[in-house]
Design a binder for this molecule. Sequence first.
Ligand code: HEM
Length: 432
Amino acid sequence: ADTGSLIWGYHLLQRPGEPPLDKGLIPWLGHVLEFRRDTFKFLERMRQKHGDVFTVQLGGFYFTFLQDPFSFGAFVKESREKLDFNSFAEQLVYRVFGYKAVENDHHVLHNASNKHLKGEGLEVMTQAMMSNLQNLMLHSVGSATDQSPWKEDGLFMYSYNIVFRAGFLALFGNVPHKSEGGEEKAKEKDRTHSETLFYEFRKYDQLFPNLAYGVLPPKQKWEADRLQSYFWDAVSVQNMKAKDNISRWVWDMQQAKEEVGMDESMINKYMFVLLWASQGNTGPSSFGPSLLLSPRLPQTYAAHFQIKPKNQTFYSDHKNLRCLRIAKRLNIRQPKWALFLSRLNFILSCRPGTKNVKTDPLLAWLLPCVSMCPGRFFATNELKQFVFLMLVYFEFELKNPNEEIPEIDFRRWGFGSMQPIRDVQFRYRLRF
Ligand code: HEM
C-alpha cells in the first residue's frame, strides 16, 4: 500500500473510536457493484461522505480506506496488538496465490535475500539479468543498415515485457543448451516461453486488484483460477529442476521449503508468490525512465530530466555495471560494442520539479523501491540496465511529439507500482 490509500479487512461492527462504517444497501455484497464499476469514483464519493478514513463492505469483507497519505506514517507505526498487517497479508497471499503461510517464511526469505540480492550475490544476479536482456532486446531487430526499419510498439508494454521476461529468466533459470541441442535453440526457447508467461502474467495482473478485494465477477474469477493453475505449473519445482542457471535466491527458498517437509504442490504455490513479488513491480516501473529518456518528449517534461548523451558520465553507483564496459564479456556484436561503448557516456540526473504538478505522475512511476522490499537493490539494477541498453542499442523516439504524459490507473492504488491508464506509442531501431 505504497502510493494512494491503505486498506485492510475483516472486522464487522463499528466500535467506538473506529472510522465510519458504510455497509451499503445490498446485504453481504455491500458496495461491490459500484466499487467494481469505477473504484476511483466510488472512493471519492465515500471520502466526501465520510472524510479521509472510512470502512466499507465489499462482498463479505470489510475494508478500511485511509485516503490522506500524511496519516500513513502514524498509522503504520501502531503497535502489533492494534494493527497486525501479517494476518491480513497471509489471508491475501492465500486468496491470490493459493499459498498457506508457514512460521519460518520470513526468516528464510530474509536470509536468502540478504545473501543473494545484495553484495556479491547481487553481482551474479546482475550479470544474469544482463545476458537475458541482451537475448531479448537484440533478437528480431535485425542488423542495422542504412535502411534499418523502425519498429513500433507501446512503450509501456515494451518495457514491461522486456524487464519482466529478463527478470524472470535471471531468477528462475534458462532452458539448458543440452536439452535443445545448442545455445541458439535454447535461447529461442527462453524467448518464446517467457513471452507466453508474460502475456498470462499480464492477464493476472489486470485481474489482480479486484481479485485481492474479492470482488471479481464469476467469469473473471474462473479466469483467475485458470491462471493460478497455469503459474503453479509454469514455476513448479519440477519444471525448475529441468532449468540451468536458477538463481540462488529462488533455489535456496525452494530447498528450505523442501527441508521442512512442505508439500511439493505448496512449494509450487510459493514459487508463484516469488514470481509475483519479483516481477509484478519492476516491469511497470521501467515505463517512467524509458518515457523520460525518449527523444521528442515535450520540453515541459524533458526539462525535469536532464539527458546529455554526448557528455561523459553514466552515473552508476553499482560496480556491477562495469561488465558493460569490458569487451570480452559482451558476446554479441563484440567489436562494434567495444568501439561504441568506448565513446559512449551519459549523465542522467533527476530534477523533480516539485512546484510543477505535471511532474507528479512521472515521479509516481519513478517510485523508488520501498525501503522494506528485499529486492530493491536488484530492482534498481534491473531498471538501470534496461534503460542503459535502450540507449546503447536503439535509436528510439515517441511517435507523437506532442504526447501527453498518461494519467495513472487509480484502480491499482495500494497494489504496488503504478501503471499508466493508456500506452504511449514509440518507434525504435538498432543504432548500428
Ligand atoms: C521497482 C520494483 C519494486 C518495487 C516498487 C517493490 C516494492 C515492494 C513493496 C512496496 C513491498 C512491500 C514491503 C513491505 O510490505 O514491507 C515489497 C515486498 C517484496 N518484494 Fe519488492 N518491489 C520491487 C521489486 C522487487 C524485486 C526485483 C524482488 C525480488 C527479486 C522483490 C521481492 C520482494 C519480496 C520477496 C517482498 C516480500 C517481502 C516480505 O514479505 O517481507 N521486489 N516490494
